[in-house]
Design a protein around this ligand. Structure first.
Ligand SMILES: C[S@@+](CC[C@H](N)C(=O)[O-])C[C@H]1O[C@@H](n2cnc3c(N)ncnc32)[C@H](O)[C@@H]1O
Length: 240
């Protein structure tokens, strides 16, 4: 994907680590309801922005991501993590963790089969008695077309981005997100367009697939970027 593989050197201007503290704190507090975690698997960890805050509480962190460029970025954010370049739909590390986080990378599961595969991976890596968190950006019931404007700067480099999410076909399980990013480096500018397809599922589908995998399913409120509203996320326990 353009955003992760080609825009690697610009990614932290688009999505700074500091913006994730409030949500990461909610994940730590949610996990504590079920488990005193000493090991964490982060599936679709990206640059490690959530892992950075979780690592303060959980000493052993493993990051899995499909993009080597994103894992390379994460070296500066979570230096002592283990890194594995793999697909969350089929990766098998042949061990379990106290806690598993599947953050917004789960949005790239565009079919029910893909979503089931990623959930099965999370279950396979959660130890009995451990917990897993799933954080979809949005549910089918709540989806509304929206445009987000992002600005970032770092010395001579600056960017402006619009992130436009819309639904070409409300009858299927996907939505489109178009990212248009203007990159400025000194006096030079260029424009990059990344057209992404993301999955969109009703809450009932989520609950059914999580229960099918073997999880006991609960929810909690995670804070959104505006610091005022919250969205539902799943806190799941693997029975001991
Ligand atoms: C928005 S970033 C993740 C940010 C991350 N959750 C954080 O806390 O900073 C989305 C990531 O999902 C990854 N990704 C997309 N599809 C994936 C898959 N099938 N398996 C693993 N990672 C995937 C991308 O490479 C990208 O790094």
């Amino acid at each position: 994907m353009v955003l992760y593989d080609e825009l690697g050197p610009w990614y932290m201007l688009l999505d700074p680590t500091a913006d994730h503290e409030a949500e990461a704190t909610s994940y730590v507090e949610a996990l504590r309801r079920h488990v005193d975690a000493t090991s964490l698997l982060d599936l679709g960890a990206g640059a490690g922005n959530n892992a950075f805050f979780l690592r303060r509480h959980i000493p052993a962190v493993t990051l899995v991501d499909l993009s080597q460029a994103m894992l390379d970025l994460s070296r500066a954010v979570v230096p002592d993590a283990e890194r594995v370049c793999a697909d969350m739909r089929d990766v098998r590390l042949d061990r379990t963790f106290d806690a598993v986080l599947v953050h917004d990378a789960i949005d790239y599961m565009t079919t029910e089969a893909d979503l089931r595969a990623a959930i099965t991976t999370a279950f396979a890596h959660t130890r009995p008695g451990g917990a897993a968190i799933f954080v979809p950006d949005v549910f089918r019931e709540d989806f509304e077309e929206e445009t987000i404007h992002i600005e970032g700067a770092d010395g001579a480099r600056a960017l402006r981005c619009i992130e436009w999410s819309w639904d070409p076909d409300p009858a299927d399980t996907t939505v489109r997100t178009d990212y248009v990013v203007v990159l400025r480096d000194g006096r030079d500018t260029r424009v990059v367009h990344d057209r992404q397809t993301c999955g969109l599922f009703p809450r009932a589908t989520w609950t059914r697939l999580l229960e099918d995998a073997g999880f006991e399913v609960g929810t909690f409120a995670r804070p959104l970027d505006d610091g005022e509203t919250t969205e539902q996320a799943f806190l799941c326990r693997r029975p001991g």
